[in-house]
Design a protein around this ligand. Structure first.
Ligand code: FES
Length: 269
């Protein structure tokens, strides 16, 4: 029903899917196919409007499917839009939360902040980007948290430096977080978890492995958490950040890189 470029590579899209809009909670995702021969890709539900039946997704062009998706216009149809899938995020007992988003991961961090804010739980957001021109959702975050800290790696906007440095600074200032939710590139979630582990702060990360069926049958999304194999689509996508095998996840996620690149080049041609 609507598409909007948030920056040069990230698109916001609203999709009419009333059944999903009615039931989806923060942390859950959908799997879509652009057409009936298309690959299935998981995307986190960024927002819902049960009154209009719309579900908001945000995605970065990262390969053939997201490129095709970015070319769609209001009024077009997707072949499938299945969800909500996965477990909603559990906030039990949280008294003060810091949500940390990295790049397009901020699209997933946003519904977390919004939900916590609505629940009346104090929530700060640290949103990190490479540079000013790719900052997204600043107004939305401002309305959905108590304090917003935007960082840029190159210092062109907000606080110069990485989200980990800002998070550690806030912890040392005595913010008193008892839960950190980190969503973004795998190395970012790994390093955020390393910081919070030092201070003994519970940390949830949202994992993004390759997925196929999204219902726990194919095993494509398996990740190692605390030495056990878990399926991100049914056991997650949220996991204890201190227990995830990030290096294994990075290795599995790069497994189809060459094929993905070739397919994307084919679509571009
Ligand atoms: Fe198949 Fe999770 S996507 S088991």
């Amino acid at each position: 029903t609507e598409t909007r470029a948030l920056n040069s590579t990230v698109t916001l899209m609203k999709v009419e899917a009333p059944d999903v809009a009615k039931r989806a909670k923060a942390g859950q995702f959908i799997i879509l196919r652009v057409d009936d021969k298309g690959e299935r890709i998981p995307l986190t539900v960024a927002d819902t409007d049960p009154a209009t039946g719309e579900v908001t997704i945000m995605f970065q062009v990262a390969g053939a499917t997201t490129r095709l998706l970015s070319m769609m216009k209001a009024g077009d149809f997707l072949a499938d839009f299945v969800g909500p899938l996965g477990q909603p995020t559990h906030y039990e007992g949280a008294k003060k939360v810091c949500v940390v988003g990295g790049g397009v991961g901020c699209a997933i961090a946003y519904p977390q902040a919004k939900t916590l804010h609505k629940m009346g739980i104090p929530v700060d957001v640290v949103a990190g980007f490479k540079s000013k021109d790719i900052v997204i959702l600043e107004d939305e975050f401002t309305a959905a948290c108590d304090n917003l800290y935007i960082t840029t790696d190159d210092g062109t906007y907000g606080i110069p430096g990485f989200v980990t440095t800002q998070l550690e600074k806030l912890i040392n200032e005595g913010k008193g977080y008892d839960l950190v939710i980190a969503i973004g590139p795998i190395p970012m979630m790994k390093f955020v978890s390393a910081v919070t582990k030092k201070y003994g702060i519970k940390t949830i990360v949202s994992l993004n492995p390759v997925m196929i069926d999204g219902t726990g049958m194919c095993g494509g999304c398996r990740v190692t958490v605390g030495g056990e194999t878990k399926f991100a689509c049914v056991d997650g996508p949220d996991f204890d950040g201190h227990l995830v095998d990030y290096d294994g996840l990075m290795k599995r996620n790069s497994f189809y890189k060459e094929v993905e690149k070739a397919k994307d080049e084919h679509v571009c041609r």
